[in-house]
Every structure is written in C-alpha cells, then in structure tokens.
Design a protein around this ligand. Structure first.
Ligand code: SF4
Length: 349
C-alpha cells in the first residue's frame, strides 16, 4: 500500500509529467544517452544534443565504432568533456559485453555511470525497483521531510537513499523516479517553489516551518581556483597553429590555438613571436566559469608571413578545416572575436 507522498506524487505526474522522447522507449541505449547528456545540462539544450547523437550514432555499436574526435565534436558546447569520453568508453564496454547489461550492479560498472544513472537506467529500461536520486529528489525529500543533513555529504547519500527507496513502489519504479525529477524541476524548484499549488503541501515540513528557502542544506565547498590564459591565434597564410590538449588537465583531447599560461617559458615564446609579426588584442580578461575554477583569458591575433617555430605539440591546419576539430567553448569565444572578414567558417556556427 502506497504512502500519501507517493500517491500524491504519482497522481500529479499522471497529469503534469513532461513528455520527453526517451520516455517512449524501453531501449536502454537512448535512455542512457539522455541521462548522460542531461547531467549538468538543461532539458531544452540537452534535447537537441540527444537528437543529434541519436541521428549520428543510432546504436551503441555505432557509437563504439566512432573515433573519439567524432564523439567530442558532437559533444562540443555541452562542457564537462569527461562525460563524452566516458560515454564513448562505456559504449565499447557494452559492445564487448555482447549487449547492454540488464542488472543494476552491471550497469553501475559502466564507465561514468554512478548510482543515480544506474538506478535511472535500471528503472526506466528494465522496471527494476531502484530509486534514482538526483538534485531534484534531494530537494523534494529534504523539504517534505525537513531533513537538514547537508546533501553533499556521504551521510546524506545513505539517508536520502533509504528514504527514497522506502517510498518507491516496486511496480512503478520508472514513474516514481520520473515523477520526482519532474516535480523538483517544475514545481518544487530551487528558488520560489510553487507551494500554493503543490499537492504535497499538507504534509510538507519545510512549508509549515517556513524553511523552504533554507532546505536543502549544502555544506560549503572549497573556493574556486583562478587561472589566467593567454590565447594567441597564430595565422600564417590561411593556416593556424593548434594543439590537442593533453591528459591531466581540463578539456583533455580538445584542440586550442597557442596557449601561454603565465610561466617563464611562456614569456620566452611571447618575445620570440613578437619579432615575427604584429599582435592584435581581440579581447581582454574574458571570464569563463568552469565547475571548480574561473579562467580569465586574453585573446590575441598574430599574423605572420612565415611560420614561426612553436613549442612542441602544435600543428598547422587550414582555417577552413578548423570546424572539424572539437574546441572548448572558450576557444569558440575567441573565434567570435576575430574580425568578421577573417573569421573561419567554423566560428560562424
Ligand atoms: S509545499 Fe512547497 S516546498 Fe513543500 S514539497 Fe510542495 S513545492 Fe516543495
């Protein structure tokens, strides 16, 4: 027998649930794809990416057979590129396993798949009774039950998992998980929840104790680190110098023009280039915010008649071919600052 929370939530979902294309299938591949794309991404933006991915890589086999560059290229603009690399690696894992795993524990073994995504796939594709707890579910449960444990702690993970698992109706696991997500995303929103029209209002602790603005509680995290990048778009007769970013830093595997990051070697490169041509400042102190750091970037254009020698790792490509390379969003912003008459085709997306 369902509890009042679950009954009211499911009733609300039947009338107000969002109609999304991956909810019309029980094929785990499109479901998994949607879950990975929608981590840290709004549905409106994620939907277009999901459609493009499904068109480009209609099956897990086609995704596994693609090159990393192709996958990153399709992912471009979504950020958090490790998700794309993990997606690609997991597609290869699935193919090697002979098909998509059907058990929660096996799904959880896939690269980049955590507790939440594994539970979402297990319930949506296979109807398995696993509660999927995302940010929406944390918020709804924290408010409804007045739970003050900071949601970004391991204690909370266990506590909320136990609460959600108890509320989950075994035969309607998919509906329950989807309902929690939609309810948190559209009604019990982070700021200004729509309490007057909420079907859970009667039993909501946060509402009755006037704590909707303080719940859920989050523990303060470390201060954002700041980095300063100087990008130089070195152009020589229609070609530009680019480099693939190495492992162990942000944007691994993506491409960038010459980067000088404020070290001694950088100063040397700068002075050598100064003798070869004219620097034009395109933009200064462009602020770019990532999860744990803020980058301030200066953009320069350097036109040279003869290709200068550059630090190791740089290659030359034509500007028309630049659109074939996966670029971080910050580099796209540099391209947008180029004088329009000289902007490469890829920058006019
Ligand atoms: S009453 Fe308000 S805070 Fe409580 S669950 Fe409903 S929308 Fe959220």
């Amino acid at each position: 027998m369902s509890n009042p929370f679950t009954t009211a939530l499911l009733r609300w979902y039947r009338n107000h649930g969002r109609d999304l294309p991956w909810r019309h299938t029980s094929d785990p591949y499109p479901i998994w794809l949607s879950e990975v794309i929608l981590q840290q991404t709004r549905i409106a933006q994620g939907l277009a990416y999901w459609e493009r991915f499904m068109e480009q890589f209609p099956t897990v086999e086609t995704l596994a057979a693609a090159s990393e560059d192709e996958v990153l290229r399709q992912w471009q603009g979504l950020g958090y590129y490790s998700r794309a690399r993990n997606l690609h690696a997991a597609a290869k894992q699935i193919v090697a396993m002979g098909g998509f795993p059907k058990k929660y524990e096996e799904i959880r073994q896939l690269k980049g798949v955590g507790d939440y995504t594994a539970a979402a796939i297990a319930s949506f594709a296979f109807g398995l009774p696993h509660a999927a707890i995302d940010g929406n579910a944390y918020r709804v449960l924290a408010r409804y039950y007045g739970i003050e444990t900071p949601i970004n702690t391991t204690t909370a993970k266990k506590e909320f998992a136990a609460v959600a698992q108890q509320l989950l109706p075994a035969r309607q696991a998919a509906d329950f998980n989807q309902a929690m997500m939609d309810f948190g995303a559209t009604l019990c929103t982070p700021t200004s929840p729509k309490c007057p029209e909420c079907p859970l209002a009667e039993g909501c602790e946060a509402l009755h104790s006037h704590r909707t603005d303080v719940l859920p509680v989050k523990q303060k995290t470390v201060k954002m680190a700041t980095r300063h990048f100087t990008f130089v778009y070195v152009r020589c007769q229609g070609e530009i110098a680019i480099m693939r970013r190495p492992a162990g830093d942000i944007w691994q595997g993506l491409w960038q023009p010459l980067l000088i990051e404020g070290d001694v070697n950088g100063e040397k490169v700068w002075h050598e280039l100064e003798e070869k041509g004219q620097f034009t400042l395109l933009a200064k102190n462009v602020k770019h915010v990532l999860t744990h750091r803020i980058i301030y970037a200066d953009f320069f254009l350097l036109e040279v008649a003869v290709k200068p020698s550059l630090p190791q790792g740089y290659v030359w490509t034509t500007e028309t071919d630049l659109c074939r390379y996966a670029l971080p969003r910050l580099v796209e912003r540099l391209l947008e600052h180029l004088p329009s008459s000289t902007m490469p085709a890829g920058a006019q997306r």
